[in-house]
Design a protein. Structure first.
Length: 455
């Protein structure tokens, strides 16, 4: 989906109102001028009702109000700017919203959450937002926004090719061909600014692994079918993302269990490749398979699992308000999982629309992190809808013995993954380690944090 096709020059507004309702009214007036079938008052009520239950403020001076309505077009995007600032209840004390991005979506649009996520990624860049707010005219604002959209869809730059890097690339290519590898997995965070995945291995399928969001432009007419996998990693270890990247590639169908993959990487930000690793996928994941080939439960979408993993890894590193938190996510087979749970607190997600409590919704990140500190598990459907939080798991599994140092949260995660066809993910409160369980088998996805030494 190309977002720029919905960014029209005549749908930019210099806002005069200083309150959110007034600003939304101005934006709706602009939309109704182009599309008379839009009902201004009913749309305004829907937008304000959403604000009363769930803030649409993204931070950085940007709000993204949105509502779905039956209309003959997929999306209408109207952007308002206020130099003085709009009073918004979701802002911090003394902060104001300077950019209001209004999204109206047809209620039949299937990629609604993906569009929201794309816009949210775009306006989370502080430099771009400052450029938009400071644009001399609305025409300049439009041009800068379109250029920004092009930026997030562009390929990363080609990394520095010094003598050692050229040697590593040449030998990795030879090793990959000699070992019969199906693909070469390149860890792009080795280089500041990232790398272009197909630049150095033109005859091999390339999988770029990065912590940053990158979308290929789709204009490559070769048959390499380059892929990009976004995996959060905050470690300085060489290729710390390896196991997580392999797992995501498997769930997406990019690689299969019978494949052999050549991995090339180095220290993050070092601008220097220093490691080549050959991975037999089945050997790496054979304990997790348990003699079965379905790593991902039938009802779980790969993008949902990736989103849960990203939030879990962020919580493992960042904690909440500077303090470590431990939490548990159970994804998939929700009907059976809910029979093994009971609420510890009132379900904070009860009564909300499914699209508002979907883990793919960009506004859910902070909500999930906020509720991560309460006891109990998050129960998440395979399509991403969060069914509940603060749920006590009552599954019991006496056959599996966990390594020492793992507590009741890990035991519950292992047990529920045996009793149901789900995947459970645990964030350790003491070490920040993220561990995945499937059929009772554990797969550590991040290394444990080392406690600081005295002196």
């Amino acid at each position: 989906m190309r977002l720029e096709r919905y960014i029209a020059r005549n749908r930019f507004v210099e806002l005069e109102s200083t309150d959110l309702k007034g600003a939304l009214g101005e934006l709706l007036d602009n939309a109704a001028h182009s599309f008379p079938d839009l009902k201004r008052e009913s749309l305004l009520r829907g937008l304000m009702q959403r604000e009363s239950t769930m803030t649409t403020y993204l931070g950085n001076g940007v709000a993204l109000p949105h509502v779905r309505v039956k209309m003959p077009r997929r999306y209408v995007l109207v952007i308002g700017r206020s130099r003085e600032g709009i009073v918004h209840e979701g802002t911090l004390e003394g902060e104001r919203a300077h950019l209001i991005v209004l999204l109206l979506a047809d209620d039949r649009a299937r990629d609604y959450l993906q569009v929201l996520a794309t816009i949210a990624r775009l306006v989370k860049e502080p430099e771009l937002v400052a450029s938009l707010v400071g644009a001399p005219t609305l025409v300049d604002l439009h041009d800068r926004l379109v250029a920004g959209v092009g930026g997030i869809l562009a390929r990363p730059v080609q990394a520095q090719q010094n003598r050692i890097n050229r040697l590593m690339i040449r030998e990795a290519d030879r090793v990959a061909r000699g070992a019969g590898c199906r693909a070469i997995m390149v860890f792009g965070d080795t280089f500041v600014g990232g790398i272009e995945p197909g630049a150095w291995f033109p005859k091999a399928k390339t999988i770029l692994v990065t912590r940053n969001h990158v979308e290929l432009d789709g204009d490559d007419d070769s048959d390499r079918a380059d892929e990009v996998i976004q995996v959060r990693s905050f470690s300085n270890q060489r290729m710390a993302q390896l196991r997580s990247a392999m797992f995501v590639a498997l769930t997406r169908g990019i690689i299969s269990f019978s494949d052999r993959i050549c991995c090339v990487g180095g220290l993050a930000g070092s601008n220097q490749f220093d490691t080549v690793v050959i991975v037999d996928v089945e050997r790496e994941f054979q304990t997790l398979l348990g003699g079965q080939a379905d790593l991902l439960p039938d009802d779980v979408k790969p993008e949902v699992l990736e989103r849960v993993l990203a939030i879990a890894m962020e919580l493992g590193v960042e904690g909440r308000e500077g303090k470590p938190v431990g939490c548990l996510f159970v994804v998939g087979d929700t009907h059976r999982v809910e029979k093994l749970t009971k609420p510890l607190v009132l379900n904070p997600f009860y009564g909300y629309k499914e699209e508002d409590r979907n883990i793919l919704n960009p506004f859910m990140d902070e909500t999930v992190k906020e509720f991560s500190s309460i006891d109990g598990a998050f129960v998440i459907r395979g399509d991403g809808v969060v069914a509940s939080a603060g749920s006590l798991l009552q599954a019991a599994d006496a056959e599996h013995t966990l390594p020492s140092g793992l507590g009741s949260r890990h035991a519950a995660a292992a047990a529920v993954s045996v009793a149901t066809d789900c995947i459970s993910i645990v964030v350790s409160s003491s070490k920040g380690q993220v561990t995945l369980f499937r059929r009772g088998v554990m797969l550590p996805l991040t290394e444990r944090k080392l406690a600081p030494t005295a002196g």
